[in-house]
Design a protein around this ligand. Structure first.
Ligand code: MN
Length: 130
């Protein structure tokens, strides 16, 4: 079953996302900040990362850049979870290296459909050299 890492500092949003993903049988890994999330991504090699943009300390777009620089994590699908909806935000999010954008508030059915699509699109896991 697919492994999904959720990096989100809001306990309310984390609870909802955890519930939805667990109901579908996905294995859920959780971090409430970017640095812990990056460490989990490196150690666990999830199939998909859902990352909040507004995080305390390092923000989600900076963290995405770090994940994209690292050969161990650069292939992992990343979707931004964000309430940002201003013009240009989607372009900014994609330019930072995210594969997709999921708007908050989260709607259960469309959220799970999007997650399913992202997992279906995900390239096969490749072991990094060395
Ligand atoms: Mn946040």
């Amino acid at each position: 079953m697919s492994k999904i890492l959720v990096i989100e500092d809001s306990p309310t949003n984390m609870k909802l996302v955890r519930l939805l993903l667990a109901c579908k049988g996905y294995q859920v890994l959780e971090a409430d900040n970017a640095l812990d999330g990056i460490a989990l991504a490196r150690g666990e090699r999830p199939d998909l990362i859902l990352i909040d943009i507004q995080l305390p300390g390092m923000d989600g777009l900076t963290a995405t850049g770090v994940l994209r620089q690292d050969p161990a994590t650069r292939h992992i699908r990343i979707a931004a979870l964000t309430a940002l909806a201003m013009k240009g935000d989607e372009e900014r999010i994609l330019a930072a290296g995210c594969d997709a954008y999921i708007a908050k508030p989260i709607h259960s059915a469309s959220f799970l459909e999007r997650v399913g699509q992202l997992l279906a699109d995900a390239p096969p896991q490749q072991a990094p050299p060395g």
